[in-house]
Design a protein around this ligand. Structure first.
Ligand code: ADP
Length: 458
């Protein structure tokens, strides 16, 4: 059964049952109240009859049936029963009522029965009969008026139920439509995604402020994110294969050259082997960096400790001096401490210092400055600089400003992409300032402490 039908059936049935229960209650209450009123009137009448019987002085001169008839309810009867329960006298309006058998139960105020669906009630009062014996006076009455009114009430209640049921049904239909339409759209989009293999979105999901519209928007947002990620992965794979193909082609061509002429010409063999070693080294670097990027994507937890930033910068600079024989100056405030992940911070500094080294010949200057909530570390080189329009793309994977220039420096275009991932993890803000021919400055704003809640939200 479809969800729409289930909602229709359930809500309509429930409402109808509730209405029927309510109406039955009203009907039963009305009938009870009406019979009670009639009973009270009958009781008064029987007391009046009793008084009249008590006033008889000459038993032989008065016909008791005459008095009984005077107090007989319309469409009713009066019966007189002796001590053993035998009927000694009676007057009645019809034979049907005379023949009806009614017995008053213990603690009951009146007995009730029906003739052709019309209620009949009976009251019983003890009395002294004209001959001085103790008798029971029974007054019976058929409640035609009550029956007529109850029938009319029943008709009105049924009509009201039907009248209410129609708008109820319509509103249920509208409600289930409101609920199910967005779900149907969601289902359609998912099915379409399954069959076409595309990241299909829900049409018209942006309208409405309710939870269902919110689900639609979340779904569309999720699809958009998945699509963007997929495109990025696709781009990454195609870039990676392209980058790997170049050194492989070089290796292959030099290996062929080596095969053809390498055994006879030592100079050619030397050149070919050097090129092969260089290119395989480049490939290794590329693969290591690609793995690094993949590793950074996995949300590995940070190991946050107090770091002596001045010491860390000094040791990194010293490594640079040692490895590349370059001048690296350190300026600014000493004794700077931050809470961060030392390994990752060192890796980030190393990428930026290595770039400064690769793309400049002159000295490299590192300047530190304490700020409100962070420490500012500027890495300045005096190299070729970067054109302004290239700066927004620097952190893209495999992006290189000048491919020929970087081939010489052995760059892969992944260093700054890794730096961005690291800085996001460490909540470090990176700013780039550069002037062509004058040099480049990468500025890091390292927070005193990593906001753990922000890290969890990711
Ligand atoms: P690569 O491995 O090529 O250095 P990066 O992602 O580290 O890759 O850098 C991307 C590009 O940005 C580099 O190819 C280079 O052209 C440019 N670049 C990065 N740092 C500097 C710098 N300090 N000076 C000039 N150009 C730079």
């Amino acid at each position: 059964m479809k969800l729409r039908t289930k909602i229709h059936l359930f809500t309509t049935l429930l409402m109808l049952i509730l209405l029927a229960l309510m109406n039955t209650g009203v009907y039963v209450l009305y009938e009870q109240l009406a019979i009670n009123t009639e009973y009270k009137q009958l009781k008064t009448r029987s007391e009046e009859l009793l008084t009249s019987l008590n006033q008889i002085t000459d038993a032989t001169a008065t016909d008791p049936n005459f008095i009984l008839r005077a107090y007989m309810p319309s469409d009713g009867a009066v019966r007189v029963l002796n001590g053993s329960g035998k009927q000694i006298s009676s007057v009645y309006a019809s034979l049907e009522i005379e023949n009806i058998k009614l017995q008053l139960g213990k603690d009951e105020k009146y007995a009730k029965s029906e003739i052709d669906g019309i209620p009949v009630i009976m009251t019983e009062t003890p009395a002294i009969w004209i001959d001085g014996s103790v008798v029971k006076l029974q007054l019976l009455q058929r409640l035609n008026e009550v029956a007529n009114n109850a029938a009319l009430l029943k008709l009105i209640l049924v009509a009201v139920t039907v009248l209410i049921a129609i708008p109820l049904l319509l509103s249920n239909m509208a409600l289930s439509r409101i609920i199910l339409k967005p779900l149907e759209r969601l289902n359609l989009a998912m099915k379409k995604s399954g069959t076409t293999g595309n990241y299909e979105k829900i049409e018209r999901a942006e309208v409405g402020k309710d939870e269902l519209a919110e689900i639609g928007r979340t779904f569309n947002g999720m699809m958009e994110a998945l699509e963007t990620n997929y495109r990025k992965q696709e781009q990454f794979v195609s870039n990676a294969s392209h980058e790997l193909r170049t050194p492989l082609t070089v290796i292959e061509s030099y290996a062929k050259l080596l095969l053809r002429r390498g055994f006879t010409n030592e100079k050619v063999a030397q050149e070919a082997l050097e090129a092969i070693v260089n290119e395989s080294g480049r490939m290794t670097d590329l693969i290591i960096q690609m793995l690094e990027l993949a590793k950074n994507k996995e949300h590995a937890s940070l190991s946050v400790n107090e770091i002596d930033l001045s010491l860390l910068l000094e040791s990194t600079a010293a490594q640079m001096r040692q490895a590349y024989n370059r001048t690296v100056e350190l300026q600014g405030e000493p004794l700077l401490f931050v809470y961060s992940d030392e390994q990752k911070l060192k890796q980030l500094l190393f990428i930026l210092l290595d770039n400064a080294r690769k793309y400049s010949e002159d000295k490299i200057v590192i300047t530190t400055k304490k700020q409100d909530k962070s420490i500012c570390v500027a890495i300045q080189d005096f190299g070729e600089g970067i054109a302004e329009d290239q700066i927004p793309h620097l952190f893209d994977r495999f992006y290189r400003v000048n491919k020929d220039r970087n081939r010489k420096t052995g760059g892969t275009g992944l260093g700054l992409a890794i730096a961005r991932e690291l800085s996001e993890k460490l909540q470090i803000h990176i700013h780039v300032q550069s002037e062509l021919g004058a040099g480049t400055c990468f500025t890091l704003l390292i927070p005193f402490n990593i906001d753990v809640n922000k890290e969890k939200d990711k």
